[in-house]
Design a protein around this ligand. Structure first.
Ligand code: ATP
Ligand code: MG
Length: 283
């Protein structure tokens, strides 16, 4: 049976539990547990701090894990990144005090930079041939310049609000991160087969998120025009109606382009448009 390591609390915990739930796997969200068995899929669930997940997977304490790509890159443990999970998006950026007239990366030469991600930052400076002092700080990195501990920072940014509050300006995005599924590189054939089933479920859920199922009626002579408007997964399903001049079309559309497509369809005569939530797309 596979053992999965997930964050015990914090930003990734809730989205991890809900991805598993949507995939038919119920795991306790309990923050006090260390290990429990999931229902709906043969899985042990190990609850850890996110910092410890790459190592737990590399050591084989867990076979797989869900953690931010930032932690995977920082810890440099021997794990395979198997898939992106579509939540926990953030970026790791260099930020400088807003009074600085920033000429580009060369500004960092000889500067002191505070961060909780020293490995990623040193690798980045090495690649860019910048000689800077990397100061590792466990928390509240963004206050380091104000208290004189550093000239600049390298930290996680999602909206950028925290930087602005601390008088800092984001200058260079070094990596973009999201939650990923990682695996131990040597879990063996049997566990690989179980993992393939789990990844298939996750993939279906991720692909169907944000998709809507749209049904509408259309004069038959407009079908070709409608097909050219619609992206669809393949081509839309076309069903005949009692009235021979009309047909019913069914199609899956991403919510980002839903309203734009509905307006275009209405303009060619679409009527009785129904938009339904889509639970799962199984290919
Ligand atoms: P732990 O107690 O498990 O060590 P933590 O405090 O290190 O937790 P969280 O703040 O819960 O970590 O963040 C977990 C992950 O969520 C981050 O490593 C990152 O991948 C992702 N994330 C997404 N947006 C943000 C954000 N705005 N700030 C911090 N992390 C974010
Ligand atoms: Mg952590």
């Amino acid at each position: 049976m596979l053992t999965i390591a997930i964050q015990n609390k914090g930003r990734l915990n809730e989205d991890t539990i809900s991805l598993m739930k949507d995939a038919g796997i119920s795991a306790s969200a309990s923050h006090r547990k260390l290990i429990s068995d999931a229902k709906g899929f043969p899985l042990h669930v190990l609850y850890l701090r996110d910092d410890d997940i790459p190592q737990a997977v590399a050591m084989g304490v867990a076979d797989i894990g869900i953690v931010g790509l930032n932690e995977v890159l920082e810890k440099e443990q021997d794990v395979d990144v198997r898939m992106n999970l579509g939540f926990g998006a953030c970026r790791l950026s260099l930020a400088v005090p807003k009074s600085v007239d920033y000429p580009g990366l060369s500004w960092f030469e000889g500067k002191r930079v505070a961060t909780s991600y020293p490995v990623i930052l040193r690798n980045f400076f090495d690649e860019n041939n910048i000689h800077a002092f990397v100061h590792e700080i466990a928390g509240s990195v963004e206050v380091a310049p104000a208290v004189g501990m550093a000239d600049a920072i390298f930290d996680i940014v999602s909206s950028g609000g925290t930087l602005i509050q601390n008088g800092l300006r984001e200058e260079d995005v070094v990596i973009r991160s999201e939650a990923v599924l990682i695996s131990n590189p040597t879990i063996g054939e049997e566990k690989e087969e179980e993992l393939a089933k789990l990844m298939f479920r996750f993939q279906s859920i991720i692909e169907s998120r944000g998709m809507k199922y749209v049904l509408f009626n259309l004069p038959k002579e407009k079908v070709e025009e409608a097909v050219s408007i619609l992206p669809g997964m393949k081509s839309p399903t076309i069903l005949s109606l009692a009235d021979p001049d009309w047909v019913s079309l069914h199609v899956v559309i991403h919510e980002d382009i839903l309203w734009e497509k509905i307006e275009q369809l209405k303009s060619i005569g679409a009527a009785d448009i129904l938009v339904l939530a889509l639970e799962n797309v199984i290919k």
